[in-house]
Design a protein around this ligand. Structure first.
Ligand code: C2O
Ligand code: CU
Length: 478
């Protein structure tokens, strides 16, 4: 499976697999509704939902509280979040709070930070929301399948002083691999997906439904929170005719700036907050394009301006800069240096790796349920591994990550917001804070952090089938 070439929305639907779906997709989507309290209940369980609208069969999914996307959990920065999770699936699960800096025991990684929650059992997560920003939650057991069947939701921590906007929207973006009957193709974790680019879907949803059109009013300013929850697809969104300003990456404020090449790049797990002044004329339309490359793009959605007169004639004159979160700044002069090398996969040239303590050849690894990826020479067989790196608590650290494979990898670290210092020996503008850094093939990047959060933390690719294939490790802060 690879990304389809020159897809339109509809050819994405039908072209990406041999399943032959020729799906016509009417516009029907709803925005996740905000909740008002700090205590929530989440019940992951089987459900039947309409992903494609009334003209298509419903889809059997696994969903939090019966809906895709799961409920949007909202609270204020500094508040405490309590979430009671009851497992309504027929297999163990956990909930991981992606991007949040929280105590290790609340991080939701089976074996490493908690026992998995068995079917019918419950677990309560409780922690303070230190950072304002756009985060999300998802299971960390059998993640490729559990996320791929619909278990995810947005977690929004509101700024104490949010920038003035007319509206705020959250777009939880997913792609699904559906059969012609709109059922989820159940070939999770197959060797092809594991060893190549992961499970690419053939059907896009935003907030669990179709979003062919986005209705806006001339003159309005919108804050858009973009969350990529897809198993493997990398989005490169181009808002033609508009000038989106990125104000946060992975929930962490950044100097407002236009995205490089005009494309907002979101690997799996990644988020961006953007502010857009909608300066088009009443009645105009513009396409948001997923610009995979210059040769390959498709219309993600169409912006349609209402006929109403403009809300205002010149853009709002109010700052769009967010207050930074209280993340310690690494001291680069005294930082300890570490390295992570990513190897393996199809066309990767890896000869061997250590698996369960033994050195195995690539063909032997392929026979071990396709453990064909390695971090620093080790293919993971479980979440509870001996640490790949140990970072001294309280010190600053720089980690160089090198992608020696033929595939892109969004590398995610739990429990931290790290600075992205450089990419291919060039300083990264605005030195963004992030929890996930996307490495194209053969990229080298440097990230830096202050090791101020104790514990054993997962470090893994967010292409979830690559995790199935061994691309995860533990970073210990002690
Ligand atoms: Cu969003 Cu360990 O993952
Ligand atoms: Cu990967």
């Amino acid at each position: 499976m690879k990304i389809v070439s020159n897809p339109t929305r509809r050819s994405v639907l039908k072209g990406a697999t041999a399943l032959g779906a020729s799906l016509f997709v009417p516009a029907a989507w709803t925005q996740a509704r905000a909740q008002e309290t700090k205590a929530f209940q989440l019940t992951p369980k089987p459900a039947t939902v309409s992903l494609l609208g009334p003209e298509w069969p419903d889809t059997d999914v696994w969903a939090y509280n019966g809906r895709v996307t799961g409920p949007e959990l909202r609270l204020q920065q500094g508040q405490r979040l309590r979430v009671d999770v009851k497992n309504g699936l027929n297999q163990p699960t956990t909930v991981h709070w992606h991007g949040l800096r929280l105590p290790n025991a609340m991080d939701g990684v089976p074996e490493l930070t908690q026992a998995p929650i068995d079917p019918g059992d419950s677990f309560s997560y409780e922690f303070d929301a230190l950072d304002a920003g756009t985060f999300w939650y998802h299971p960390h057991v059998n993640s490729s399948e559990q996320v791929g069947r619909g278990l995810y939701g947005a977690l929004i921590v509101e700024d104490k002083e949010p920038p003035h906007v007319d509206r705020e929207l959250t777009w939880v973006i997913d792609d699904w691999r559906l059969t012609r009957d709109a059922a989820i193709a159940d070939n999770f974790g197959n060797g092809m997906d594991i060893s190549h680019g992961g499970r690419q879907g053939n059907t896009l949803t935003v907030n669990g439904g179709q979003m062919d059109e986005v209705a806006v009013r001339s003159g309005e300013r919108i804050r858009l929170r973009l969350i990529n929850v897809a198993n493997a697809r990398i989005f490169r969104l181009n808002f033609n005719g508009h000038d989106p300003q990125v104000i946060a990456i992975d929930g962490q404020p950044v100097t407002p700036h236009a995205p490089t090449d005009g494309r907002i790049i979101l690997g799996p797990g990644m988020r961006a907050d953007v502010i857009i002044d909608f300066g088009g004329d009443p009645g105009e339309t513009f396409n948001i394009v997923d610009a995979v490359s210059s040769a390959q793009s498709y219309v993600f959605a169409t912006i349609r301006y209402s006929a109403e007169p403009p809300l205002r004639t010149s853009p709002l004159d109010a700052s769009i800069r967010l207050a930074p979160n209280d993340v310690a700044t690494p001291d680069l002069l005294t930082a300890e240096r570490h390295q992570v090398v990513i190897e393996g996969g199809a066309m990767g040239g890896m000869r061997s790796a250590i698996y369960k303590g033994e050195t195995l050849s690539i063909s032997e690894l392929a026979q071990q349920q396709m453990k064909v990826w390695a971090l620093n020479g080790v293919a993971a067989h479980t979440t509870k591994m001996e640490p790949m790196l140990t970072l001294k608590q309280g010190r600053s650290h720089i980690i160089t990550i090198r992608n020696d494979t033929g595939w892109p990898h969004p590398m995610h670290m739990h429990g931290y917001a790290f600075q992205i210092l450089s990419r291919n020996n060039k300083a990264v503008p605005h030195t963004p804070l992030a929890d996930t850094v996307l490495l194209d093939r053969n990229d080298v990047t440097e990230i830096a952090l202050v090791a101020d959060n104790l514990g054993d933390w997962m470090f893994h690719c967010h292409i979830l089938d690559h995790v199935v294939g061994g691309m995860s490790a533990v970073i210990r802060v002690a």
